[in-house]
Each structure stands twice: as C-alpha cells, then as structure tokens.
Design a protein around this ligand. Structure first.
Ligand code: MN
Length: 732
C-alpha cells in the first residue's frame, strides 16, 4: 500500500495492537475509498473533510474496536454527503460494514429537543434501541466527540445546542456504556461552551495548583511505596486533577468556591489483583487518617456500568484531603473503555457468546439488571448484537418528547400515554406526517401527532388493539362511567326491535351474535350492544353482518311479522337491504332501490352512475322516512387544499365538531401544489353533511369540498341473466 500520512498514526496503533496484516489492509482500503469520495469537500474549519473520519477512526482505534467498526468510521459520512450507493459499500466492504454505516446515518437524523430529564433518558434508550448494534453507538459517540473537539468553528447558537445535547444525551450514554474516557472529555467540552466563564476559571485554577498537587502526590508515594514494595505488590501510583466538569458539578452541588473544594486531586493506584487492592487500602489507611463516610467498595458492589474500584478519602500529606482510587489493571481497562473493553470479535460478527461465563454475557447481564425494565438476560446472549430494548418502541410527539411504549403499541396507546384526556378525544393520528389507522403498530422513532375532537368519544373496538394496560383501563373506565349498562340496554333493545324478538333470541342462542360481535372487533355481545347504544356502530352494520340462521324462514325474517316498526326507508319494510357503497346515499337525498339476486335490495342515490346499466323492472321506488335518528351512514368527501399538513388537523376537527365520525382518511397531493384529502365519515343525514361541508369550506386555504362517488363497482353491482330473480313485494 502507498504511504499515506493521514493513515500513518492509525496504522502504527493497529500494528501495536497486533492486528493481522489482512485486517489492516482492509481498513486502509476503506480509508482510501472515503478519501477519494470526500475529495474536494471541506469542513467549516476549512480542513479537508477526510480529516473528520480519520479523527473519528483514531478515537475508535483507542477503544480497540473491531476492524469493521474502523472501516465504518472512515465511511460513516459518505451515504449522507456523497452519491455513493449502499450497494457499493456492501460490494466493497461487506454487509456488516454497510449495516454499521447505515446505522450511524440513521441515528444522525434523530433530533433531541426537550430538556426534561425523563425525556433525555428515553432518548438515550431510544438511541441504543435504534442502534441495535452497540458498535453503532461507539461510532456515534466517536463522531460526536470529534465534532465537539472542533466545535469552535461553529456559529455560537449551534455551539450551545450541540453542547447541551452532548451533555444531556451523549455523555450519559458514554457513562452508561462505561466509557469513562469519552464521557469525561464530552462533559468538559460541553462545559466549555455552556458555561465558558466557569470552565476557564476552573481550568486556570487547576493549572495553578498543578505543582502543589504533584508535590502532594510525591509525598504520598514516598510515604507508602516502601510498604507497598515490602508487601511484594507491584503498584503504579499517579495523581491528577479530576476532570473539569466533575469539579464544576461538585462546586455547584455543594454551592462552594473552588478553594473550598478539598478533593480535586485524585490519586490512582493500579495493582495486579483484587486482593492487592484491599492490601493497598490497608497500607494507605495505616499511614493516613481516613475521612469517615468516604470509603466506597465498588469492587464488591460494582456500579451499574460495571465500574469497579475502591474509593477512599484520607487526610494526606501536609494535612490536605486526598481522594484515592484503587483498582486492578483489568478494572482500569473497564473504567476507561467500558463495554468496549470487552467488545472483541474473534470472527466477523459471527461469534456466538453462549458460554455463561463469557465476559460479554456478564456485561450484558449486568447492564440488563441495571435496566430493570428488561427481564430476560438470556435473550441477549445468542448474538453479539445488543438489543437492550427489543420489547419497547420509542415514539416522539411533534415537540420532540419521547414516550416509551411496549412493542405493538398503537397511536391510541400513545394518546393515552400523553394523557387520558387526549386518549379519550382521539379521532385520528398522523404518523410521520401521514394519516395512519389508529391500530397502526408504531416503530422506533415514529413521530406521532394525535388528532382530537372537542368532546371525548373513545371507541370500544379500540380494546382489541391497544396493548398498554393504561389505555385499556382508561377506555373501560370511560364507558363504565358513562353508563355502560344503559348503553347495553339501549343497543340491545334497538337490535331486538329491528330483528324482532324471536329472531334476536335465535341469533343470540346460536352464538351467531357473538360471532358477529367478534367479527366487528368487539370482545363480547355486551360490548357490541353498548357500542350500538352509544352510537359507535349501527343496526344496519350489525344486521348486514349477521348470517341468516338456517331456520330463519320459519321466522319469516324477510317478510312476515311486520308490526308497524320504525324504519328508516319507506318502501322496504321487512326487506333485507343494504346501502350501496358506490354512492353511499344518506338520509335526505333522493334514493332508489335495486333488487339483487343474493342480497335483497341495495339502496342507491338516484343519480348513481351504476344505475345506467340496470333493467328498469329491478328498480324500486323508495324514500327516506325521516325516522332514522339512531343510525349513521357512510359517505366520502374530497377536499382540495393548499399543500399544508396542518390543515388536515383543522379539517378533522371541523368534522368531529359536527358529531360525525371519521372512518377513513387519505392524503395525496396534486402537482406537489394542491393537497387532496379524502375523508370517509359516518353521519346521520344530508343536513349534517351540509354542515360539515360548510365548516370545512370556512377553513382558510381550503379550495373546494366535494362529495365523491367511489368509482369501483360494489359487491352489490347487478349481474346479467338473473331472470330468475323474484320480484320482491313492493310497498307503498
Ligand atoms: Mn461525522
């Protein structure tokens, strides 16, 4: 390979890490590929762009990550910033590398907005969940670290935003993964931009006290090194200032000035074995007086991120308090590199860590224990990929708030998670800006906007798809509170009345009603009756779903037993009929009946196009009775608007304000300029429809509102050669 100055440092380090030549060549190939693609591109600092991926790779070499992660480090910005196609990356560097590059690219699109602590935690978890592979988080952390190192080239307002995000999201993320080194640097760099005065004050004071600190540490070493040697312990003792951010947060927490802060110096003792840690502790305590209450045994009780050490504070030489950390080399490695310390790949991504004693396993198990929400550790063991939150999805509100939900959660679950008020008033949802069914299963990173009506109107059929207990219980609660028993009774009476008592009982006994209830997504017949009573469904819908019982003839369901019953259509008394889907007539409009072979009579609008092909003798003269207050009918309208997403919300609100249910919504755009929204609705009559149309027309930026006729032939479309069709008795 050619001599490449930019690659030299990395190559040296790789050789020092005893990586195979083949591996190093592959990494260099990725470097050269990226260098060629980024050629002619520059960063804001006016450096050639390639410097950035090179620096990111350098950070990762320090973490001793596998070669694929290093290759991905060089390639991490090329999908976004060059015309390279994913297939090219896969062809040249393999699928694993491509997956890593795509993972980083995807994560780069996430934007954190809220400042709330809980939101930050959710965002960190979303991050890990979306990364799927912990190496993607490493890449992102390294990317962020280099961007922070070069943040001074950015505009001031961007500096603030990026630094805040780094402090809230990325530093804690590094901490959770135990990568103390990156965590500390991210914190210090964030502080520099968020509180520059404090940062430079602390930096100066730390520098001023440097010689004093060194002298103190030297005295300590002099005093104990004799004893340490005598005990046959091989110890490395160093002393340095804590990092600026930890000094800053301590000052802030205790509300004290720098000079009152006694332990900015940390002495670190590194030994070979755990036993020696405790021996050294004993030696130090015998020479220097320990400060009570300051001893912490993180060896026996590791931190959640697997950090282990003994911590103590003593009155050191010259009576200065000193904090001492004692650890083994292995613990030191974990303190610096965290999960990365264990992230070694024997073979490309194929290593199965099934041995329970495997370090990776114990790491993950501990991480899992730390994240109590996740129950089964074994689930994570069969793959090198960490998927810590596979049983959760994270979805955003349009304001950037994140909610964690169980897998398969829907917009309704999301709405109830925001607030039960919101849940109860839900009429629709936009997922990533597009209208979505309320039972859509949400995915990680989805942005969900809940569309609400002014009055609460939850639906019982939601119970069939909500997965959160919260949503289910709130829905039930609402119905309980709002006279469920009464709704059941009303619904039941309505249906009984429509079917006649005998037929109703027959359906109930045969289980047919229960079957229909299930078909219509209700848990029980009571739920179905309640839904009917409450107006969520209609008698028509139920009757049309019910199968004719075998002995229905004997009850003369279709003709006989005609006591004077309330009917919505005059001329169809006692006949089985359905409302034609092609034109969806609603009460108040002129209608005509069409006799069909199998389905009784279908009711069409008099101007329905499908009527052109129908023999006149099959037409029936019918009209609305005006006695249909309990029923609703489907209709579809088309709204043309200026292309504005926000309008949909207003339109849906206008519809719901007129006591009308939305059953369907579809958003399209014409020539990219005009927005076309089709809405399916359930309403009671043409007057309501007129009101709905008027209120939509009143919305600014709405061009037109039209009732539309679906163009497809319906199931009830007439067939030819059905001469055998009996002419049904014509009433009125
Ligand atoms: Mn980058």
């Amino acid at each position: 390979m050619s001599e490449e100055p930019l690659f030299e440092d990395i190559k040296k380090e790789l050789i020092a890490q005893k990586r195979e030549k083949k591996e190093i060549d592959e990494i260099e190939k990725a470097f050269l590929f990226a260098k060629r693609l980024h050629d002619g591109q520059y960063r804001i600092s006016e450096e050639p762009y390639i410097i950035h991926p090179v620096e990111v790779a350098k950070i990762l070499v320090g973490l001793k990550v596998d070669s694929h992660t290093l290759m991905a480090a060089f390639l991490h910005d090329i999908l976004e910033d060059t015309d390279t196609r994913p297939e090219e990356i896969e062809e040249l560097f393999g699928k694993d590398v491509l997956t890593l590059v795509q993972g980083v690219t995807k994560l780069s699109k996430l934007q954190f907005k809220s400042n709330e602590e809980r939101q930050a935690e959710n965002f960190r978890r979303l991050f890990i969940a979306m990364a799927n592979d912990i190496r993607i988080v490493f890449l992102k952390l390294a990317d962020r670290l280099h961007n922070m190192r070069t943040l001074n080239f950015m505009a001031a307002n961007k500096q603030q935003k990026i630094a805040r995000e780094t402090l809230d999201i990325f530093a804690p993320l590094a901490n959770r993964l135990g990568i103390g080194r990156i965590k500390a640097e991210l914190e210090d760099l964030s502080l520099r931009y968020l509180e520059p005065d404090k940062y430079f004050e602390i930096a100066q004071l730390v520098a001023q006290t440097k010689s004093e600190r060194e002298a103190t540490v030297k005295l300590l070493i002099d005093k104990i090194s004799q004893d340490v040697k005598k005990s046959g312990i091989n110890a490395q003792i160093t002393g340095r200032a804590k990092h600026y951010y930890s000094i800053y947060s301590k000052m802030k927490r205790l509300n004290i000035a720098f000079h009152d802060l006694y332990d900015i110096t940390a002495v670190r003792v590194i030994v070979d074995s755990e036993k020696e840690c405790y021996e050294v502790l004993g030696l130090i305590h015998s020479q220097f007086k320990p400060i009570p209450g300051r001893f912490k045994d993180y060896i026996a009780m590791p931190k959640g991120n697997m950090y282990q050490s003994l911590h103590t504070s003593v009155i050191g030489p010259r009576s200065k308090p000193l904090e001492v950390q004692i650890r083994t080399w292995e613990m030191h490695e974990i303190a610096e590199y965290g999960v990365a310390a264990h992230w070694r790949y024997k073979e490309k991504g194929s290593q199965k860590a099934n041995n329970p004693s495997d370090i990776q396993f114990s790491w993950m198990r501990k991480l899992v224990e730390y994240n109590k929400e996740v129950t089964s550790a074994e689930d994570f063991v069969d793959s090198v990929k960490i998927d810590l939150f596979s049983d959760q999805v994270f979805a955003f509100t349009p304001n950037g708030d994140v909610f964690d939900l169980p897998v398969n959660a829907t917009p309704v679950d999301f709405a109830y998670r925001i607030h039960s008020e919101v849940g109860n008033k839900t009429v629709g949802a936009l997922v990533n800006g597009r209208i979505a069914q309320l039972d859509t299963k949400l995915k990680n990173g989805d942005i969900v906007e809940i569309l609400t009506s002014k009055t609460p109107a939850p639906r019982l059929d939601w119970l069939n798809f909500v997965v959160t207990k919260q949503a289910a219980s709130k829905i039930k609660q609402w119905f309980k509170k709002n006279n469920r028993e009464e709704h059941i009774e009303v619904g039941r009476a309505n249906l009984e009345h429509e079917l006649t008592k005998a037929v109703f009982d027959e359906y109930l006994k045969s289980g047919e009603l229960e079957k229909t209830a299930k078909q219509m997504n209700y848990v029980s017949t009571d739920d179905l009756f309640a839904a009917l009573g409450y107006g969520e469904t209609t008698v028509n819908k139920i009757v049309n779903k019910l199968k004719k019982p075998d002995n229905a003839k004997s009850h003369e369901f279709h003709g006989g037993s005609r006591k004077k019953s309330e009917k919505d259509i005059i001329g169809l008394e006692g006949l089985l009929y359905s409302i034609a889907k092609c034109c969806s007539p609603i009460p108040g409009e002129p209608i005509v009946g069409v006799v069909t072979r199998a389905k009784g009579v279908t009711v069409h609008r008099i101007d329905c196009q499908t009527l052109e092909h129908i023999e006149p003798e099959r037409l029936m003269d019918i009209k609305w009775s005006g006695d249909n207050t309990n029923k609703t009918y489907n209709t579809t309208i088309r709204v043309e608007t200026a292309e504005k997403m926000g309008l949909l919300k207003d339109i849906i609100a206008a519809v719901s304000d007129n006591n009308t249910n939305i059953t369907y919504a579809n958003v399209k755009s014409k020539n990219g300029k005009i927005g076309i929204i089709e809405l399916g609705m359930e309403l009671d009559n043409v007057d309501t429809l007129k009101k709905v149309i008027l209120s939509i027309q009143a919305i600014p930026d709405v061009y037109s509102v039209k009732r539309i006729q679906t163009s497809y032939p319906t199931q009830n479309a007439p067939r030819k050669n059905n001469g055998k069709q009996k002419k049904l008795p014509k009433k009125n």
